[in-house]
Design a binder for this molecule. Structure first.
Ligand SMILES: [Zn+2]
Length: 70
């Protein structure tokens, strides 16, 4: 994957859309419950992430609605 300066750093905090491959925006972050939701501004798909045992964000599911986790 080709990256330019700055772009690579930014991607670590966001992500790439499963559907269209565009950059994701942070929609919700819950550090207490170790989960976050990223939103694709291009196609509107929400990506639900959970922190795994090693403290890495792992994609749990993707959906068109943002309220699956309340
Ligand atoms: Zn998308």
């Amino acid at each position: 994957m080709a990256t330019v300066n700055g772009e690579e750093t930014r991607r670590k905090h966001t992500g790439q859309c499963l559907d269209c491959g565009k950059a994701l925006e942070l929609y919700m972050l819950d550090l207490k419950k170790s989960r976050r939701i990223l939103h694709c501004v291009s196609c509107g798909l929400y990506h639900f992430y959970k922190k795994d045992f090693f403290g890495k964000w792992k994609l749990a599911r993707a959906a068109k609605v943002p309220d699956l986790w309340g």
